[in-house]
Design a protein around this ligand. Sequence first.
Ligand code: ZN
Length: 487
Amino acid sequence: MSMTASPLAVAAGLGDVLQLFRTQPTLTRADVMAQTGLSRSTVNQRLDALLGAALVVPSGEGAPTGGRPASRFAFNSDRGVLLVADIGASGMRIALCNLRGEVRHEREQDIDVADGPSPVLTAVDSAFRALLASAGCDPADVHGIGIDVPGPVDFDSGQVVSPPIMSGWDRYDIPAWFTGRYDCPVLVDKDVNAMAVGEHRSVHPHVRQLLMIKAGTGIGAGMIIDGGVYRGADGAAGDIGHIQLSVVPDRLAGPGPLAGSGLAGSGLAGPGLAGPGLAGPGLAGPGLAGPGLAGPGLAGPGLAGPGLAGPGLAGPGLAGSGLAGSGFAGSGTRSAFGGEGEPVCRCGNTGCVEAYAGGWALVRDLTEAGRNVRTVSDAVALIRTGDVTAVRLARRAGRILGHAIADSVSLLNPSVVVVGGQLAEIEEQLFAGIREMVYRRSLPLATRKLTIVATTLGPRSGLVGMALLLADSIFAPPRVETLIARQ
Ligand SMILES: [Zn+2]
């Protein structure tokens, strides 16, 4: 980011000057003049206002001594605190942060988001009070509250909108709940947006385009476009878990839970399967010859050809009796699958990405395969033991997820794709499939410099990102004058 560019020189109001202090450790008056193009007298005026409001303080060696004026100044990140809650389906992380959005005190707590807004927000507030007490602060010190939730959010109003897993939260006004309890702004965002910001700012600050994938119970995406979060017109952007891949997963799966009537039918023989898209190592191999896939549809010219030969996608892992056995292709799967042979999704549609690759779908498929798996954590643990069926399902999930990511890469051309969420813990199994599909399906220009990595912040990415989003929002240049006027 160039601080000497002209836009600041044009504006350079109080908020713009504060922005310089927020993004750099310390500055002199001359630094501010150089970076804004403002005159010395205007810089002095701005600085006096910021010093008067204690938003900026004298710093370090330049602190005033014996009547000599300070020469260096810094953002006063301890002028107050920020409170942040990262709410998940079954647990939350809560933090007290300084005004840079740096976490100072943090705790974790179990909750059930489906209990509804009132019990959950009451628990959030109790945790906030405890954090304030342990930091020796009180509610008057709170400059802002940030909440992120596992569902779509109308960012301007802070309302949760049509959340699939947050029963009782639809259109709930979260900021209004805090009114009267705290006298500060309340920012609400979708969890994966916060995760994207956390990973971007903390780990990949030099890229401008980043795609964050949350692969947990459900699947979602957060997008950093030109350095900022892209939320879409209605807060619904990034919903890749509910992209419908239709017949595509059938091709990827080999015999298995997807190998119902839909798979063996003519659908597989369509032109979609022919062509160079399927060529190359990896799609077929002996796996496609399994009993579940045999049928007139597969004998068509579309599937023939050298492109389908080769090790990779199928291979013994997907072929053979393991997945084609009764556990998968038998009656156990029927309830979960629609008439087309596609699994029914939590959203009510069939064939969504997360209906194959989400944590809940893995739990469903493993249960149907006779494994004792109740939660996504159980599924992850089983996959890590190397259970053959579990590993196959994880690889399939990776490929299906990779299919959706490949399309996203074609659309957005990100520099980095970060995969987080609970399923990122099975990186080895999941990422092979993701990389395979992304590098095969996306054009070389979009993948030449692309890196696909696992989350660095892990389960803290949402909390860290929400704190940074909140700090940015509180000190957005247009708000700074208001902040000072409130003194
Ligand atoms: Zn869906």
